[in-house]
Design a protein around this ligand. Structure first.
Ligand code: AHG
Ligand code: MN
Ligand code: MN
Length: 333
């Protein structure tokens, strides 16, 4: 019988064989996975757990918070604050950074998360998820500040997400490819179900919210127009479209079978760089996609090279199958 490899064993073996997962990082990843398990249980209970609906509050970006946005945020904080592996956390649902309380030891890592991605899908029972990114606190005796978090995505040391869908799956990179784990509910553990995920370079599937078409910039409009012309147009092939409105679920599909995902800047609010957030949505997803052989840009620049200037900064995102991302990016130049 082939033995199942749990997330814990996978991390231990990675640490042993490649030495690129220090024990504090391993602890951090195990704790994040445990928190995701807790969130997954809450999501599964739905109305029975009283977790659906609005919390009646707004986050720093002016978005209405759902009960699960707040529950997921609390689960992640409570799981992570006492282990001694973190210096601070930052979240979509918190205005400013969260310092590890003085009563606990301080570690060297910074954890960023979108506790519940795809909030508009919670109450309609469609896949949602958690996205996370890990950075190292810059050296020095000074207390952690927001400035310490403002590092380009290429400096991440771990990134991943967990999708709460028909299955609960955790997808992870520590810079050595992408591994996928499926939650075994009977055992209560994440089990390795796929290693070295690869995104096909070409695709005939795109993901974009088409209702914003009239607001798009010319390069994005050109790309989608050409896809829509199908076999009769310049692309000479037909395209399919998918839009789940949960970035986690759309990116998961792309990591599984290819595709291109776009949430571009548009003219609705010209001063906003885009809808998605750089530090806890675009950066971790971009690194995962690149680690799986795909590409990710804001239309002009590689996302992982962007120097953040604010914790909750937004960014235009084009990611997925390399040849299509290169094409959309070329249309911008
Ligand atoms: P969040 O629920 O964390 O605010 O993120 C939602 C994001 C992303 O997951 C998704 O791709 C996008 O918003 C959907 O936006 P539209 O509703 O504009 O399609
Ligand atoms: Mn999100
Ligand atoms: Mn969210």
């Amino acid at each position: 019988m082939t033995q199942k490899i749990s997330l814990s064993r996978y991390l231990v073996e990675q640490q042993r064989s490649k030495g690129h997962i220090p024990s504090q990082l391993r602890l951090l990843l195990e704790v994040v996975a445990r928190a995701c398990k807790g969130i997954s249980h809450a999501v599964n209970k739905g109305a029975l757990g009283g977790v659906l609906g609005s919390a009646g509050s707004e986050n720093v970006q002016g978005e209405v918070q759902k009960k699960l946005d707040i529950i997921a945020n609390e689960v992640l904080i409570e799981a992570n604050e006492w282990g001694g592996h973190l210096a601070a956390m930052a979240s979509e649902e918190m205005d400013s950074i969260y310092l590890v309380p003085n009563r606990y030891p301080q570690g060297e890592y910074l954890l960023l998360f979108d506790p519940l991605d795809g909030s508009s899908n919670i109450d309609v029972n469609v896949s949602i998820g958690t996205i996370f990114s890990v950075l190292i606190k810059p050296e020095g005796p000074q207390a952690v500040s927001e400035q310490d978090f403002l590092q380009a995505g290429k400096h991440q040391v771990a990134a991943g997400y967990c999708v709460y869908g028909p299955q609960t799956t955790l997808v992870l990179t520590v810079g050595d490819g992408v591994a996928l784990f499926t939650l075994d509910r009977e055992q209560g553990s994440f089990v390795l179900t796929q290693e070295n995920l690869q995104i096909p370079q070409d695709t005939q599937e795109f993901a974009i919210n088409m209702s914003n078409m009239r607001h798009w910039d010319a390069p994005v409009k050109r790309y989608i127009d050409e896809c829509l012309l199908g076999q009769d147009g310049p692309r000479g092939k037909n395209f399919n479209m998918r839009w789940i409105a949960s970035m986690v679920a759309d990116v998961h599909r792309i990591l599984t079978r290819g595709g291109v995902f776009m949430y571009p800047w548009d003219k609705r609010e010209p001063n906003k760089a885009g809808k998605l957030r750089l530090m806890y949505e675009a950066n971790p997803m971009s690194w995962l996609v690149e680690q799986a052989g795909g590409a990710s840009t804001n239309g002009r620049t590689r996302i992982l090279d962007l120097q953040p200037t604010q914790l909750h900064e937004r960014v235009s995102v084009i990611l997925g199958s390399k040849n299509e991302v290169d094409r959309v990016t070329a249309y911008h130049h």
